[in-house]
Every structure is written in C-alpha cells, then in structure tokens.
Design a protein around this ligand. Structure first.
Ligand code: ADP
Length: 196
C-alpha cells in the first residue's frame, strides 16, 4: 500500500485563471501548503479531451443541473424564463456544453500534486464551485465573484479559475486521462528529509 504522503490529485488552471495571469499565484499557494508538484504542463485542449475529462453519467449531469436550480431558487431568479425548463438533466446537459466551450477557449495548465490528504487539501484551497459563495482565502473566493445566476444569464459556464479532483477515484481517472505514467516525477522536497 502506498505511503499517505504519496496521495496524488489533479488540478487544472482554467481559461480565466490563465488569461488573468494567475498561474504563478496558484502554483505558489500549492507549494506553500506543503504539497509537491510532480507534473506540470501548459497545453491547448481539444473538445474531445475536455468531453472525456468531465463525467458523462446521468447522475453527474443532473447534479450539475441541480446546482444551477439551487442558485436560482436562492436568489429568487426565474429559472423557467431563463433556462426554458426546470428539468435538472436538461439544464445539466446545457451547462455541460457551456463548460466544454469555456474550457477549450484558451490554453490550460494541468498539474499533478502530491502530499498527505492531497485531494481534500486541494479542494479546500480551491473553495466551493460558485466563487461568489467561496470563502475568502480560497482561490475561487479570492479571485472571482462569478456565480450561476450571472453566468447562466450570459449562457456560459461559471468562471471559477481552477479545477480540482473531488475524490481519490476521480483524481486517479483524471491523472491517467491527462498524463502518461512517465510524466509523473519523483523527487524529494527539502522537508521530506526532515520526516525520515
Ligand atoms: P467543481 O468544479 O467545483 O467540482 P462541478 O463538478 O459541479 O464543480 O462543475 C464543473 C464545472 O462546471 C464548475 O467548476 C463550473 O465551471 C461549471 N458549472 C457548474 N455549475 C454550473 C452552473 N450552474 N452554471 C454554469 N456553470 C457551472
């Protein structure tokens, strides 16, 4: 069984993060949090790559639709008027399309990071999906005020700077999807020697 410090997760700096010059800021936060960068690359994704990155199952798409519905309800906006339906799956499918358009709109930066509780720590650092609701101190909370109500009015995905895998299983899938085994580097950071 792998050592707890070998847990890996996947993050990707999205088009708004890249185009606002936040690459350095984000990498700095990862390294500062005692997480080790073990793979790193900037690239222009294809639609197919992004389509295969995000889950295609009904449950995930419905959940995406539910998130939109919740934001509309919370702020008292007219869901039917703007989305033309109240069906979670239909809304989710629409949002997934917007998401793919958004993700291919500029180069991205893909990163594998490693450390104890890497998956949970990266999610904590990134903050919740809607930047307007994300805590200050998180990447999304500090650098964006976007939310589903503003995004859906404009018929686009929420711009939230960065993606991070949600579970260990998701991380494993995404690392394999975006990197080859040879791309993952193994090295010791200075504090590794203090722990041995
Ligand atoms: P997270 O990225 O926090 O894991 P999800 O997996 O639920 O969030 O959603 C994937 C991405 O889809 C989000 O990061 C965001 O860019 C976009 N998104 C999610 N919900 C909506 C929505 N209601 N309207 C527009 N875009 C959305």
């Amino acid at each position: 069984m792998q050592h707890p410090r070998e847990e890996k997760t996947f993050i990707m700096i999205k088009p708004d993060g890249v185009r606002r010059g936040l690459i350095g800021e984000i990498l700095k936060r990862i390294e500062r949090a005692d997480l080790k960068i073990v793979a790193l690359s900037m690239f222009q994704p294809t639609r197919q790559q992004i389509d295969d990155h995000y889950p295609k199952d009904k449950k995930w798409i419905e959940r995406l639709g539910d998130k939109t519905k919740n934001t509309y309800t919370k702020y008292g906006y007219d869901l039917m008027g703007e989305m033309g339906t109240e069906n979670s799956l239909k809304i989710g499918e629409e949002v997934r399309k917007w998401l793919i358009d958004y993700m291919v709109s500029s180069p991205l930066v893909k990163v594998v990071i490693q450390g104890s509780h890497a998956v949970d720590l990266a999610r904590k650092m990134v903050g919740v999906t809607m930047p307007a609701l994300a805590e200050m101190g998180t990447i999304r909370g500090d650098f964006s005020a976007d939310s589903a109500v503003a995004a859906n009015r404009d018929k686009r995905a929420v711009h939230n700077i960065i993606h991070a895998s949600e579970t260990k299983e998701e991380a494993e899938y995404e690392i394999k999807h975006w990197f080859g085994a040879d791309d993952i580097c193994s090295y010791r950071r200075a504090e590794d020697s203090l722990r041995e």
